[in-house]
Ligand binder design. Structure first.
Ligand code: HEC
Ligand SMILES: [Cu+2]
Length: 407
């Protein structure tokens, strides 16, 4: 077939071109997936074509300026309106453009083809963190800036950021993927536009509220790959890195088991029960009302126990919510960060005082503290209950109904 020949020729050309170019810190990374390598090949192909055009055009110009200067050729040649020249400079660029479009179109089509992927992960951008939901494995977690980087970045932290490993490029929980599997990513956002970008693994793709963008990745080499949100998304845009950890198949399966998930096709065990409980909870309307913030509620597994809204289940869910949304500033031990003016919640007059003021502060935010009104009543009630009854605080339960009454 003609197409196959074209592709073979283009591939051979790409390989030859790519071989010539040295891997350089100034160049695109070649990456560890077929797609990133093809994109790199395309980039080099175009680069060399552009170099070739540059050499020919500037060569002709410099030669003409030198060899046909006025002192040598006082009477210039006249080839105005020459048909052959007109044809040549129409046809040659046309051929060059087609030559570039064919391999580029092939790669573009391939990029969009998310079919036959082994499983799907929903990636949701938040100000300023990422949520990963392994739809088929029943795993769901948030990935936030690592504590090391977060502490170091605070104004007046006194930490030398050059001594922090992977400063601003490290997270508490990376996205874990198996090597060699085609994985489909569904990208969306809970607030503003973010973009998911790990240069060695994939191109950039926007995460837009209310839309689902698709892409797929198939990593060929185990390793840790780092990237960042690539869409200016507000104050902490620079503080929502992305880390992908590619593991060999068996290690990935072990990781899935450790997270309480299951591989597609595996016998439905206890995790299935948990999700059934979650559906039941949603049915009776305990889960959050707005579709997208449901993703936030999904983070807190124990929603299944919600109907009771007793202190134990509120505490359990509250701990998860606290870890996902609050501990980056107030710290896991509730001590806050004095250097950054994040107050301690231990013995705080607000945490131990009347619930209404506290609910208002979480819903509306205050000063440098963001508003959390997008969380469900259940999430807010549980995190407040958690802070009111942890680290020595003892200030009673706040229920989802209390939160609803304050909205
Ligand atoms: C980006 C950092 C940040 C995050 C995340 C954050 N807070 Fe805060 N929080 C603050 C700051 C700053 C203040 C002080 C606000 C002020 O008084 O101006 C504060 C104050 C508070 C107070 C009042 C404490 C006092 O004694 O004044 C409570 C209660 C509180 N936060 C709870 C939470 C809870 C619950 C969460 C998670 C849902 C949370 N915060 C997430 C930064 C943060
Ligand atoms: Cu972002």
């Amino acid at each position: 077939m003609e197409k196959a020949k074209f592709q073979a020729a283009a591939a051979a050309l790409l390989a030859a071109m790519a071989g010539v170019a040295q891997a350089s810190p100034y160049n695109l990374p070649k990456g560890v997936t077929e797609l990133t390598q093809e994109v790199y090949g395309l980039h080099m192909l175009i680069f060399w074509i552009v170099c070739g055009i540059g050499v020919v055009v500037f060569g002709a110009m410099i030669y003409s300026i030198f060899a046909h200067r006025k002192s040598r050729h006082p009477k210039p040649a006249d080839f105005h309106e020459s048909i052959p020249v007109e044809i040549a400079w129409t046809v040659i660029p046309f051929i060059i453009l087609i030559g570039m479009a064919i391999p580029a179109a092939g790669t573009l089509i391939k990029m969009e083809d998310t079919e036959n992927s082994e499983f799907t992960i929903k990636v949701t951008g938040y100000q300023w963190k990422w949520q990963y939901e392994y739809i088929d494995q029943d795993i769901d977690f948030f990935s936030t800036l690592s504590t090391d980087s977060n502490e170091a970045r605070q104004l007046g932290s006194g930490v030398d950021v050059y001594k922090v490993d992977n400063y601003l490029l490290d997270v508490d929980k990376p996205l874990v993927l198996p090597v060699g599997a085609k994985v489909r990513l569904l990208l969306t956002s809970n607030d503003v536009i973010h973009a998911w970008w790990v240069p060695e693994v994939t191109g950039k793709k926007d995460a837009i509220p209310g839309y689902i963008n698709k892409m797929w990745i198939q990593i060929e080499e185990p390793g840790v790959y780092r990237g960042q949100c690539a869409e200016l998304c507000g104050r902490d845009h620079g503080f929502m890195p992305i880390v992908v950890e590619a593991l060999p198949r068996e290690e990935f399966e072990a990781w899935v088991a450790e997270q309480g998930g299951r591989m597609p096709g595996e016998d439905a065990g206890p995790p299935q029960m948990a999700s059934a409980a979650r559906v039941a909870a949603a049915d009776i309307g305990v889960a959050s009302e707005a579709g997208m913030s449901d993703a936030g509620a999904g983070a807190s597994e124990p929603v299944g126990d919600a109907p009771a809204a007793d202190q134990a289940s509120l505490m359990e869910q509250g701990e998860t919510v606290y870890g996902n949304y609050c501990s980056a500033c107030h710290q896991a031990n509730g001590q806050g960060m004095a250097a950054a003016n994040f107050p301690a919640l231990v013995d705080s007059p607000i945490v131990t005082g009347p619930a209404d003021a506290q609910i208002q502060q979480i819903l509306q935010g205050k000063g440098a503290m963001p508003a959390f009104g997008y969380l469900s009543d259940m999430d807010i009630a549980s995190v407040i209950t958690y802070t009111r009854n942890s680290w020595g605080n003892d200030a009673g339960v706040v229920t989802p109904a209390d939160v609803a009454a304050q909205r």
